[in-house]
Design a protein around this ligand. Structure first.
Ligand SMILES: Nc1ncnc2c1ncn2[C@@H]1O[C@H](COP(=O)(O)OP(=O)(O)O)[C@@H](O)[C@H]1O
Ligand SMILES: [Mg+2]
Length: 274
């Protein structure tokens, strides 16, 4: 019955004295949408970088589709797609041109490239903007283009690192919709977010990370049912508070700071594109 595609055992990453990821273990079934959620600095990106072979683990083990990330990194890279937290599209090229580069990178035969790229732009709702420079795209369109880049070679596992940071609610929803469609098509999704409501709505299971550790893991419904019920509707934020003993919901002041950070990050991205 089990069809595990991702297995992680005691995975640890240290940067000097800092234990960024502290002996985490979990597994993901093929076709799942699995969320790594938690505040900034929790260790989400570091985990994803180890799982995508971009960072060597300090200790522990992880395998993707049976391939060990340390000893079979090349095999792992062939079966995964990755949308990094920072920008991965080139603003001075069109959407079509960006995708063509990835089609070459993934060794897609030249005869098939054009159709594949056009189909993929269509799938992501970018046909109308295919021949416009990416620097003229909105944040949501850029994210969708980056997802298209990451899945051109039909990876079995797609990693998305904070794909909705800095996007407005409509653009966020569009990103999730495409992610949902990919998952329905059989792609396993590992997604990080610090937006608990998003994880709640979209993920089959989530691991709540804090200070490099997994504080709790399960389906959103099971996690919410696992904490004392006090009459109000449970939320993943409350689950976080219960297991971590700290509030994830920023106070108003912190909230506006975070929003500003998100916006300024988006702006930086826009400048880099422009
Ligand atoms: N290359 C690095 N060198 C040193 N410290 C790092 C490095 N990358 C991340 N860290 C630290 O590791 C911790 C986890 O970071 P990260 O994985 O980026 O968290 P998240 O993605 O959850 O925000 C943070 O304290 C961060 O400052
Ligand atoms: Mg991160």
């Amino acid at each position: 019955m089990s069809n595990l595609i991702l297995e992680v055992n005691d995975l640890t990453k240290k940067f000097g004295d800092l234990v960024a990821v502290n002996s985490i273990s979990f597994s993901v079934q093929a076709g799942e949408i699995f969320g790594l959620v938690g505040p900034n600095g929790a260790g989400k990106t570091t985990t994803v970088k180890m799982l995508t072979t971009l960072l060597p683990p300090t200790s522990g083990f992880a395998s993707v589709a049976g391939f060990d990330v340390t000893h079979h990194a090349r095999d792992v890279r062939r079966v995964i797609g990755y949308v990094p937290q920072l920008l991965s599209a080139d603003g001075s090229l069109t959407g079509y041109e960006n995708l063509l580069i990835f089609a070459k990178l993934y060794d897609i035969p030249s005869k098939e490239r054009e159709k594949l790229v056009r189909d993929s732009l269509h799938f992501m709702g970018l046909s109308d903007s295919a021949d416009k420079l990416v620097r003229s795209y909105s944040g949501g369109m850029i994210r969708r283009l980056e997802i298209a880049q990451a899945v051109l070679h039909k990876p079995r596992v797609l990693y998305l690192d904070e794909p909705t940071v800095g996007l407005d609610p409509v653009a966020r929803e569009a990103v999730w919709e495409y992610v949902g469609t990919l998952a329905k098509g059989g792609t396993t999704i590992v997604i990080t977010t610090h937006y608990m409501e998003e994880a709640d709505a979209m993920c089959g299971r989530v691991a709540i990370m804090n200070h490099g550790k997994i504080a709790a893991m399960g389906s959103p419904a099971d996690l919410k049912a696992s904490i004392p019920q006090n009459g109000e509707a449970a939320t993943l934020n409350k689950v976080f508070e219960y297991y971590v003993g700290d509030s994830l919901e920023p106070s108003d002041a912190e909230g506006s700071k975070k929003d500003f950070r998100d916006v300024s990050r988006t702006r930086r991205t826009a400048r880099r594109l422009g």
